[in-house]
Write a protein of this length. Structure first.
Length: 120
């Protein structure tokens, strides 16, 4: 009988410890980190394109303006494609917490805080 009690006493805290590591705040951090990491990944290309666009706009010719528009479209596409990867993850977690308003609010609040921290 003592063995069963001993095993149970160790087993229950382990489960509680494992489940406390997850949850809305942890999921919000995963999404926030996704956006942050992808933004870092594309930052050099975005900076390069932005500089090219600025230089083309200074030229003032129709040809340069068209090329700047083409690069602006490419820049927008890069940003949208990047956001789509993380948005899918965000949608999954939103669905996960949809039925539990308290957990959803915890997730949304943690995501908002993470976003503010990453901007600082």
């Amino acid at each position: 009988m003592k063995k069963i009690i001993f095993i149970t006493a160790i087993y229950i805290p382990t489960i509680l410890l494992l489940t406390s590591c997850g949850g809305p705040k942890n999921d919000a951090k995963k999404v926030c980190d996704c956006f942050t990491e992808l933004e870092k990944k594309i930052a050099p290309e975005k900076e390069k394109l932005s500089k090219e666009i600025d230089e083309l706009q200074k030229q003032g010719s129709t040809e340069a303006s068209l090329k700047a528009l083409e690069l602006s479209t490419k820049l927008l596409k890069i940003s949208l494609d990047t956001d789509n990867e993380c948005t899918k993850m965000m949608d999954e977690f939103t669905k996960k917490y949809k039925g539990d308003n308290e957990k959803y609010m915890e997730f949304a609040g943690a995501f908002d805080n993470c976003g503010k921290e990453s901007k600082n």
